[in-house]
Ligand binder design. Structure first.
Ligand SMILES: N[C@@H](CCC(=O)N[C@@H](CS)C(=O)NCC(=O)O)C(=O)O
Length: 419
């Protein structure tokens, strides 16, 4: 059985053996969106242009379907192909299962383990130290969920995923939540069967170049080779930006951060483009000195990065959304990992008792044990603590809070009231 995967806003089909390994790329593909329940989507083959998609390249015109073996595909007329694909799509849609309200929470609670899909080696978001301990902003979100839902922030199985596998892992229930520097877009939310919980980090796409190069602004990259991760919003934004200006460029696609940085540092590209927070981390890995590379000042896109879950389980969405809000509200209310106990006992501020859900009323409705807000804060701290530790002043990256400041300090981070 083949399965489907999503890149920027498009789809990719993965299969096994002789089946289509990687049909198509992505972003400009014309996808005929079927109702969300039907997980297998169709892609018009004229857009199948991935060099790694021999099967797809072999098929011309009309609708076809990656679940068909090539010989079968050749035997069928376009009409039959369409009918067979439709039937397979419907069957596949049901096979990959619908989610039901409360399903993910029940699964996680009975397993007493949260399966969290992450990046590997994305410093500041999700990476491992020499002892194999995970850290980062995305990792903290996984721990916050485990703390609230299971009772212990350590009960997380981190599942490293390439960009190409992330949405499928979610839809096939291999993971319960995807917390992998993933940009929230309409194409993904309505086209790939996922829901975004919120924005954990407001990022934007930038470019890094060798300091000694002649490139001082993006316009200097006309005609250049540019390293980029495939099946990302990055790849799509790059194309949009250059095409809109009629500038030529040659994309050098990479499947992993490892590959992209290797290509870039080996001089295969004049620039590497990615989320700016990633560029800051890449720069730290420069072979000689980080100062050998500069991040250009321009930002070409909005990249609101945040966790996502499988479509169809509203209870899980609501639960994760309030877990996401808790550290943001805590920062606003001055509650930290250090003072959360004392604040919980104080009767002085009625807002605090409600926020910390001292009587457990919200917990009951959410289907989790009382004390969930304190557990989250005890596990990862408030948003400021999370930011400073992973990305800000206490981290190697030393990133500015920028738009990730609280709303009342000129930023975009905002929690609705805990009332
Ligand atoms: N935010 C973009 C890019 C996500 C992405 O995968 N970025 C790369 C480089 S910024 C990455 O983190 N790769 C890590 C890996 O391959 O493990 C998206 O959602 O498409």
């Amino acid at each position: 059985m083949s399965s489907v995967e999503g890149g920027g806003s498009g789809v990719e089909y993965r299969g096994s053996g002789a089946q289509c390994e990687k049909c198509h790329d992505s972003h400009d593909s014309k996808v005929s969106f079927m109702k969300m329940g039907f997980r297998l989507l169709f892609v018009d083959n004229q857009y199948n242009k991935s060099p790694s998609a021999p099967l797809c390249r072999g098929m011309k015109g009309g609708f076809s379907c990656a679940v068909l073996y090539r010989p079968i595909h050749r035997l069928l007329s376009k009409v039959w192909r369409f009918l067979v694909c439709t039937a397979l799509a419907l069957a596949g849609g049901f096979y990959l299962t619908e989610s039901h309200a409360g399903e993910a929470r029940a699964r996680v609670q009975s397993r007493r383990m949260l399966n969290c899909g992450v990046s590997d080696g994305r410093v500041g978001f999700s990476s491992r130290d020499a002892k194999g301990r995970w850290s980062g902003l995305d990792v903290d979100f996984c721990r916050a969920v485990a703390a609230a839902v299971i009772g212990d922030g350590e009960n997380v199985k981190f599942v490293p995923l390439l960009t190409t596998a992330r949405f499928l892992a979610l839809r096939s229930n291999e993971i319960d939540v995807l917390s992998r520097n993933t940009t929230w877009t309409i194409g993904r939310e309505i086209g790939l069967g996922v829901h975004f919980v919120g924005t954990l980090y407001y990022d934007g796409q930038g470019f890094i170049v060798p300091r000694k190069s002649r490139v001082k602004q993006i316009a200097d990259l006309k005609g250049a080779q540019i390293c980029v991760m495939e099946r990302t919003t990055t790849e799509e934004n790059l194309a949009d930006y250059f095409n809109a200006r009629n500038w030529k460029y040659v994309a050098v696609p990479a499947k992993s951060l490892e590959e992209a940085t290797r290509d870039f540092f080996a001089g295969r590209c004049a620039a590497y483009t990615a989320d700016r927070s990633s560029l800051a981390a890449v720069r730290l890995r420069a072979p000689r000195a980080p100062t050998d590379y500069v991040i250009l000042p321009e930002q070409i896109s909005k990249e609101p990065l945040g966790p996502a879950i499988k479509h169809g389980d509203e209870d899980w969405l609501v639960l994760l959304r309030w877990i996401y809000f808790a550290p943001i509200a805590a920062e606003e209310l001055g509650v930290t990992s250090q003072n959360v106990r004392a604040k919980g006992q104080s009767k002085a501020d009625p807002r605090l008792a409600k926020f910390l859900d001292v009587n457990g009323a919200f917990a009951k409705l959410l289907g989790i044990e009382p004390g969930w807000v304190s557990r989250i804060l005890g596990s990862v701290g408030n948003y400021e603590e999370m930011f400073d530790r992973n990305l800000g002043k206490d981290s190697a990256l030393k990133l500015d809070r920028g738009p990730n400041r609280l709303w009342n300090k000129g930023g975009l981070m905002y929690s609705p009231p805990f009332l």
